[in-house]
Design a protein around this ligand. Structure first.
Ligand code: HDE
Length: 701
C-alpha cells in the first residue's frame, strides 16, 4: 500500500478501535466543517440506545452515503481512463484549422477512456465485446471529443435502431441475465433480422473483441467527419488510432478464465503500465478524401457499417497520443467524464452520416441524466483547459460559476460580459441541404454482405477458425434453433465454407436457405491485410508480462538474468510461488512472490518460465493448480522456458511437448534469446495441432 502510516489508536469504552488525528494533523469534519469527536459510536440514549434523532453527525454521514451512486452509463458502463498528451507529428494546417494540428510538436492535453459496451459497471473486463475508445482533447479552442470504438464499423445504419439493438444485447428484461454477453437468444434474434449488422458481426466474432490489453488495440472514429479550413474548404476524414505496442488478443479460453482469475485484468494492466512508466502510445492517423472519391467509392461513405480499406486510402500519421498519468480519483475523473460527439472545435465538422447525427443528440441528453443537471461541463474533468469558458448560462443544479453583477445577457449596453466573435468562432460546414421529409434508407446503404466477406477472407486461417468457433459458441448458447438457422442463412451470403463450418459445429444437419439479399453480395473485393491482426505481426515483447513459476531450490541467477532481459525488452516479470510465503532458492534464501499459485493462473501472463530445483520436482505436478498452470500455458500456445524442471514438466503430461515453443534455459537459450522468441507472442504451430470436434468424429470442423 502507498504511504501506509502506522495508525495511533486507542480503545473506546466498548472496546472499539478509534484512530486519533493522522500525523499531518488532518481532522475529520462534517460537511459543514465541524470537527467530529467520535466516528465509531452514534449518539444513544443510555448505553444501548435507541439512537437519538438528534445525531446530526450520523444522519449527515448516512445521507451522503445513501446518495453516492449516480446512474451508470446506459452503454459503456464498464471502463477505465487515464490522462495524457497528444503531440502533433505532422502539421496539416492546409486541411484543417483544428488547434491540435496547426504546428508540428504542438502538445494538447487529453483524457482517454476505454470501455466495454454491454456489461454493467461491475462486469468483467474480458467479455467478448466491442471496446469504446473515447478521447477528450483539451484544445486551445475548446474541448474536442473523438468518441470511437476499437472496431471501424457499427451494427446499424440509423440511430432509431439503437435502443432496440442495446435492449436485445443487454440482459433479458424478465430474468436480468446474461450479464455482459451477446451469447443469448435476444441478441442473435435481433441480429438475424438486421442484415446490415453482418459486417460488424464478423468483427465482433473475431479476436478484436478479446484484446490482450487496451494498450494493444486499435481505435477508430468510425464515422466520416469533415476537416474544415478557415476559408470554408472541407475534406472528408476518418480517424484511426494505431497502438505502438502492436495488436494482440487473447484466446477465448483465456478470456473466460481471466474473467474469473482477474476481472479487472484490463484496468489493472493500464494502471500498472502507466504507474511503472511504460506509457502506452497510439499514432493518430487519418484517411483524407474528397467528394470525388466519395462519389466513386463502391460504398457510401456516410454508411457506418462500411469502412474504406487502408489499401485504397492510405493512412497518414498526424500525431501521437501518450497516456502518462493515472487518475487521482476514479469517480471524479473516469466516471464523471462526459464525452459528447457534438463537442467539436473550429476545423472539425460532421458529415451527414445519420448515425453520427443521432449520436450528437444522444450524448448530451444522456449526460444530463447521469450527472444530474446541466452544469456537468464545469466539473474539472469536463471543463476546457486550454481556453476560458465564458457565457451567460446561469443557475441549474450545482451551479458554482454564475457571473457576478447585474448583467447576464448579451447584447447589453453596459459593455460587460462575453461577446460572440465571427472570426474566431465555430462556423459549420456550409454545404447545401435539400430533399423531401421522408423515412427512407438510401439505396447506397443496401449491400450488407460484401464487406463482411472481404473482412472474413482477409483473415489468416487461424483467425478464420476463431471466428467460426466464436459463432459456434455464441449460437450454441441460443435456445431457439430457428435463430441459429437464420444466422447460418446470413453466413451463407458471406462465405459458404464458414457457414458450413458453423452449421457443422452446431450440429445443423440440413443447411437452411441463404437469407434474401437486397442486392447481390460481391465476391470481387480484394482482401485487405490491414483487417487482420496476425498479418501485422507483433515484433516485440515490450509491454508484455513474463510469469516465472519458482519451485523450491530454483537458481536465483537465472531469475536475475530473466529480470534483466525483461527490463531490456521493456517487459515486466511477475513471480509465482507455490505458496504466498515464497519459494526457497538454491542458496536457501526465500523469494516472496507476486502471486501464490492458486491465484496466479498462467492466463494472466504472456509467456511462462518454470525454474525447478536441482532435485526431482515431479511430485508438484500432482498439485492441481500447478498442473493446471502448465496445462493452460501449453494449451494456450504460450512460449515456455524451463530450467531444471524436466521431471515436473514430464509429469504434467503435456501432449506434444517439447515443441518449437519450449526453450531450455540451461544452455540452449539465454534469457534474452528466450525473450526475443517470445516476441512472436504465441506458438501458433502448437495451437493448430490441437485436436477439435472433427478429430472425434463430430461435424466437419
Ligand atoms: Fe455510443 N453512446 N451511441 N457509440 N458510445 C454512449 O453516452 C449512442 C456509437 C461510444 O467512455 C452513451 O456517455 C447512440 C458508435 C463510446 O464515456 C450514449 C448510438 C460508437 C461511448 C450513446 C451510438 C459509439 C459511448 C452512453 C447510435 C463508435 C462511451 C453513455 C446512433 C463510434 C464514452 C454516454 C465514455 C457512449 C449513444 C453508437 C461509441 C447513450 C444513440 C457508432 C466509446 O449517449
Amino acid at each position: 500500500m502507498d504511504d501506509y502510516e502506522d495508525p495511533t489508536t486507542f480503545r473506546g469504552k466498548g472496546g472499539e478501535i478509534h484512530q486519533t488525528s493522522s500525523s499531518h494533523g488532518e481532522r475529520l469534519t462534517t460537511a459543514q466543517g465541524m470537527v467530529v469527536a467520535d466516528n465509531q459510536n452514534s449518539l444513544k440514549a443510555g448505553d444501548k440506545g435507541p439512537i437519538l434523532l438528534e445525531d446530526f453527525v450520523l444522519r449527515e454521514k448516512i445521507f451522503h452515503f445513501d446518495h453516492e451512486r449516480i446512474p451508470e452509463r446506459v452503454v459503456h458502463a464498464r471502463g477505465t481512463g487515464a490522462h495524457g498528451t497528444f503531440v502533433c507529428t505532422r502539421a496539416i494546417a492546409n486541411l484543417t484549422m483544428a488547434a491540435p494540428f496547426q504546428t508540428e510538436g504542438k502538445e494538447t492535453p487529453l483524457f482517454a477512456r476505454f470501455s466495454t459496451v454491454v456489461g454493467s459497471k461491475g462486469s468483467p473486463d474480458l467479455a467478448r465485446d466491442v471496446r469504446g475508445f473515447a478521447v477528450k482533447f483539451y484544445t486551445d479552442a475548446g474541448n474536442w471529443d473523438l468518441v470511437g470504438n476499437n472496431i471501424p464499423v457499427f451494427f446499424i445504419q440509423d440511430p432509431i435502431k439503437f435502443p432496440d439493438l442495446v435492449h436485445a444485447v443487454k440482459p433479458e428484461p424478465d430474468r436480468g441475465f446474461p450479464q455482459a454477453q451477446s451469447a443469448h437468444d435476444t441478441f442473435w434474434d435481433y441480429i438475424s433480422l438486421t442484415p446490415e449488422s453482418m459486417h460488424m458481426v464478423m468483427w465482433q466474432m473475431s479476436d478484436r473483441t478479446i484484446p490482450r490489453s487496451f494498450r494493444m488495440m486499435e481505435g477508430f472514429g468510425v464515422h466520416t467527419y469533415r476537416f474544415l479550413t478557415a476559408n470554408g474548404d472541407s475534406t472528408f476524414v476518418k480517424f484511426h488510432w494505431k497502438p505502438v505496442l502492436g495488436m494482440q488478443s487473447v484466446l477465448w479460453d483465456e478470456a473466460v478464465k481471466i474473467n474469473g482469475a482477474d476481472p479487472d485484468f484490463h484496468r489493472r494492466d493500464l494502471w500498472n503500465a502507466i504507474k511503472q512508466g511504460d506509457h502506452p502510445q497510439w499514432r493518430l492517423c487519418v484517411q483524407v478524401f474528397d467528394q470525388t472519391f466519395a462519389d466513386e467509392f463502391e460504398f457510401d461513405i456516410l454508411d457506418s457499417t462500411k469502412l474504406i480499406p487502408e489499401e485504397l486510402v492510405p493512412l497518414e500519421e498526424i500525431g501521437v497520443m501518450t497516456l502518462n498519468r493515472v487518475v487521482d480519483n476514479f469517480f471524479q475523473e473516469t466516471e464523471q467524464v462526459a464525452f459528447c460527439t457534438q463537442n467539436v472545435v473550429p476545423g472539425i465538422g460532421f458529415s451527414d452520416d445519420p448515425l453520427l447525427q443521432g449520436r450528437n443528440f444522444s450524448y448530451l441528453d444522456t449526460q444530463l441524466k447521469r450527472l444530474g443537471g446541466p452544469n456537468f461541463a464545469a466539473l474539472p474533468i469536463n471543463a476546457p483547459r486550454g481556453c476560458p469558458m465564458s457565457n451567460n448560462y446561469q443557475d441549474g443544479h450545482m451551479q458554482t460559476a454564475n457571473r457576478p453583477g447585474r448583467i447576464n445577457y448579451e447584447p447589453n449596453g453596459f459593455g460587460v460580459g462575453p461577446r460572440e466573435d465571427p472570426l474566431a468562432g465555430y462556423v459549420s460546414y456550409r454545404g447545401t441541404v435539400d430533399g423531401h421529409r421522408q423515412r427512407i434508407r438510401p439505396e447506397s446503404f443496401a449491400d450488407h454482405y460484401s464487406q463482411a466477406r472481404q473482412f472474413y477472407l482477409s483473415q489468416t486461417a487461424i483467425e478464420q477458425t476463431h471466428i467460426c468457433e466464436a459463432l459456434i459458441f455464441e449460437l450454441g448458447k441460443c435456445e431457439m434453433p430457428d435463430i441459429r438457422n437464420a444466422i447460418v442463412g446470413h453466413l451463407l451470403n458471406i462465405e459458404e465454407d464458414m457457414a458450413i463450418t458453423v452449421a457443422d459445429g452446431l450440429g445443423i444437419v440440413d443447411l437452411p436457405p441463404a437469407a434474401t439479399t437486397a442486392v447481390p453480395a460481391r465476391s470481387d473485393l480484394p482482401t485487405s491485410d490491414a483487417l487482420s491482426i496476425l498479418k501485422s505481426p507483433v515484433k516485440t515483447f515490450e509491454g508484455r508480462v513474463l510469469g516465472v513459476l519458482l519451485l523450491d531450490g530454483f537458481d536465483p541467477d537465472i531469475l536475475g538474468e530473466l529480470s534483466a532481459a525483461a527490463l531490456d525488452a521493456g517487459a515486466s516479470v511477475q513471480v509465482i510461488a507455490v505458496q504466498a510465503n515464497g519459494a526457497l532458492d538454491a542458496n536457501g534464501g526465500r523469494r516472496p512472490p507476486d502471486h501464490a499459485l492458486r491465484g496466479g493462473k498462467s492466463v494472466l501472463f504472456d509467456a511462462i518460465v518454470v525454474l525447478g530445483g536441482a532435485g526431482d520436482d515431479s511430485a508438484i505436478a500432482e498439485f492441481p493448480p500447478a498442473r493446471e498452470f502448465m496445462t493452460d500455458a501449453h494449451n494456450h500456445g504460450k512460449f515456455i522456458g524451463h530450467h531444471q524442471a524436466t521431471a515436473f514438466l514430464t509429469d504434467c503430461k503435456l501432449p506434444g511437448r517439447p515443441d518449437t515453443g519450449y526453450f531450455d534455459l540451461s544452455g540452449e537459450k539465454t534469457a534474452s534469446q528466450f525473450l526475443a522468441e517470445c516476441a512472436a507472442v504465441r506458438c501458433w504451430l502448437r495451437l493448430s495441432d490441437m485436436p477439435n470436434e472433427a478429430d472425434f468424429g463430430y461435424g466437419d470442423l
